[in-house]
Design a protein. Sequence first.
Length: 683
Amino acid sequence: MKLALALTLLPLASGACPYLEAGGDPSTGSPHSLEARANFAAAVDEIDFAEVMADLKSRFVTSDPAWPADYGTYAPFFIRLAWHCSGSYRTSDGRGGCDGGRQRFDPERSWDNNTNLDKARGLLWDIKQKHGPGLSWGDLFVLAGTTAIESMGGPVLGFCAGRMDDADGSDSIPLGPNAEQQALAPCEVNGECEEPLGSTTVGLIYVNPEGPMGKPDPVVSGGQVRDTFLRMAMNDTETVALIGGGHAFGKTHGACPDGPGESPAENPTHPWAGNCGTGVGVDAFTSGFEGPWTTDPTSWDNEYFTNLLNYDWDVAKGPGGHYQWSANSTTAADSPVAPTADLADTQPIMMLTSDISLINDPDYKEIVADYAANPSNFDDAFAHAWYKLVSRDMGPITRCKGGEVPDAQPFQYPLPPTPAASSLPPVADVMSALKSHLSASPSSVPAFASLAFSCASTFRRTDFLGGCDGARVRMEPERSFPGNEGAEEVLRELEEIRSEFPNLSVADIIVLGGNAAIEAAGGDVGTVCIGRTDAPDGDLGSEYLFPRIAGNEDIDIAHLYDSIDLLGLTKMEFVALSGGHDLAQEGAWAVNPAKLSVGYFDRLLNLEWDGEAAPYTAVGADNEKLFATEVDMLVRVDAQLQAAAQALLQDEDLFKQQFGKAWGKLMQNDLFFSNEERAELCA
Ligand code: HEM
Ligand SMILES: *[C@@H]1O[C@H](CO)[C@@H](O)[C@H](O)[C@H]1NC(C)=O
Ligand SMILES: *[C@@H]1O[C@H](CO)[C@@H](O)[C@H](O)[C@H]1NC(C)=O
Ligand SMILES: *[C@@H]1O[C@H](CO)[C@@H](O)[C@H](O)[C@H]1NC(C)=O
Ligand SMILES: *[C@@H]1O[C@H](CO)[C@@H](O)[C@H](O)[C@H]1NC(C)=O
C-alpha cells in the first residue's frame, strides 16, 4: 500500500500552520533569490518531461484501493487538481496560481473546494520522488492535468515548465480566509466578495456551484461566473470553453448528506476521511453533488454543450443534500443539434447551477450553441484557454522551460528575444558616457535615478508582471502614473546618450542611467545586467498594473506591507530604498549636490511633522519647508519600518549595503536569464 504511506506522509511533511504567521512578514517563503532561480532553471533542464508524462499515463490507470479511481482512471481527478491549483490566480495582485505549489499548504489545502485533493497529490508522490528536485510540485500538478486532458483525447497546446516551489503557504495567506486577508481585502458577506479578492466566496476557487449563497438561481449565478472569471482575466469564450471542457470529464461526489470529514487544518493525519459508508469509491463525498455531466466522462467531446441545449433541466436536492440539476430525458428542448445519447440507457447525468447559468445568460448561450455546433471552435478555444489558465502566473515566456513550450501567447506580453552579448556595446563604455554626462549636469542625477526606479518598481513577484524590461514606462498606462510626469524629458536626455550605442535598448539605458546616477551620488548598485528589450507598440504588458506606493495617498500599513512584499523586498530593504528621497531635486528632501546619505532618516525621525494627512509638513534645519507623503509617515510611525529607519540612521554602511542590495534586486527581478546568459550579460 504505497499510496497509504504517501497519504499519511505528505500532510505531515507540509509543515507549520501559516495562520500563525498572519500579520508577520509574508516574504519568508518567497521571493527566491536570483541565484536560486537560475540554479532551479538548470535543474529543470535535466528533467525528461516525456518520461514524466509516460509515468503519469500509467498512474492514471493504476487504481489504488485506498482511493479507487472512478471509471478506471484518475485522469479527471488530476484535471481538477491542476485547475484548482491554477484557478486561484487573480489579476488584482498576481497572487494565486500553481507556481509555488502552495496547494500543499494551508490555507489552500484546507479550502472546502480542495476537498480530497490531498489524495490526488499523494498519488503523485512516487513520480515526484523518482524525477527529483528539478520536477517541482507545481510543474507536476499542471503536467498531470495537461497530460490527463491529452490522454482522454482533448486538445493541448503545450506545457510551460519551470514553476518553482515555495517553502510554505505564506504567499497564499492574502487569499484568505484569515485576519491578514480581512485587513487587506475585507469581505463583508462571504459569497459576495469583491476585488481584489479573486472569488465571490473566500475558500472557494470560484463561485458556489450550487448557486449564489446556495440558492439554485442560474441567472444570478451566471453574473458571478462572469465576474469571477474576469478577475482571472478570462473572457466569455474562454470561460465557457474552460467550464465545458473541464466538465467533459469526471463526476461530482456526494454519496450521502453527511459531509467530507475534517480538513487538513483540523485533522492533518487523516484529513477528509468522508462520512458516508467507506468514504471512498461510490461512498466518496467531495463537493456534495453526485453524478457526471456527460454520458462518456472519460473521453473528450462537446457533449456537455449538446446536453445543455438538448434537455430540459429540473432542479432538486441530490443524494448529497445539495441542489443539482437533472436532465428530463423525455423532453428534448428545441435544440439545433441532435441528442447525443438516449439517457434512459446511461448513468444519470447532472449539471450544477453554475453550469445551467451558461444557458440562462444570452451571451454565454450563444457561445454554448457555437461550441455545440462547431467542435473545432471549442477545441481551439479550450486548448488556448487551458494553457493560459495554468501558465498565466508564470509571467514572461523567458520563464518557460522544457521541450513542449508553445510560441509566445498574448497573455505573456511577448518582448523581442534577448540579444546576443556580442551585439551589445560594452557596459563600461555606456557607464562612462553616462557618468560624464552626469558630472556636467548634476541635476540629472536625481532625474535618472527616479526614472529607473519608476520603471523597475512596477514589478510584482507574484506573476512577474511589471519591471523595467520592455521599457513600458514610455507607454500608457505607466506613462501617466503619478511621479512619471517628467519622464518624457528625462527620456529625451537618455536617448541622446543611447544614440551613440547601436543596439542598446531604451530599457537598458534607463537602468544604466539609474545605476550611473546612484554611483555618482556615492551609492553602490551591485550586479549590473544588460540585454533588456523594448516592448513593441500596442503592447498590453501593464494592463493590470497600477501605482501601488508612489502617489498612493490612501495607503495604509497593510497595503504598504503588501506592496513591499510584491516588490520582492524585505522591509529593511524598502526603508533603505526610501533613503533615496535624499536625492530628490526639490520639495521634501532637497540636498544639493545629490549625495546618498542617511539625511532622510534624520529628518523623518527627528523633525516635528504637522498635518492630519499628506502632505505632512516640517521646517528643516535651514528653515526650508519640507513635505512628507503618507508612505513617509508610515515609515516614521510603523513599529517595524521605524525600527529599520533607526538602524539605518545609526549605521551609514548598513544603509549603503541595504540600499545597494535592494536596488540591484529591483533592477534584475524581471530578468530570467539562464546561467550562461547571466555570465555574458551581467557583471
Ligand atoms: C464555475 C466554475 C466551476 C465550478 C463551479 C465547478 C464545480 C465543480 C464541482 C462541484 C465538481 C465536483 C467535485 C467533486 O465532487 O468531486 C467539479 C468537478 C470537476 N471539475 Fe469543475 N467547476 C468549475 C470549473 C471547472 C473548470 C474550469 C475545469 C477545468 C478546465 C473543471 C474541471 C473539473 C473536473 C475535471 C472535475 C471532475 C473531477 C473528478 O472527476 O474527480 N471545472 N467541478
Ligand atoms: C466548494 O465549497 C462549497 C461550500 O462548501 C460547496 O458547496 C461546493 O460544492 C464546493 N465545490 C467544489 C468544486 O468542491
Ligand atoms: C477572448 O480572448 C481570446 C484570447 O485572447 C480571444 O481569442 C477571443 O476572441 C476573446 N473572446 C471575446 C468574446 O472577446
Ligand atoms: C419531464 O417533462 C415532462 C413534460 O414536460 C413532465 O411531464 C415530467 O414530469 C418531467 N419529468 C421530470 C422527472 O421532471
Ligand atoms: C547590432 O545587432 C545586429 C543584429 O544582432 C548585428 O548584426 C550588428 O552587428 C549589431 N551592431 C553592432 C554595432 O554591434
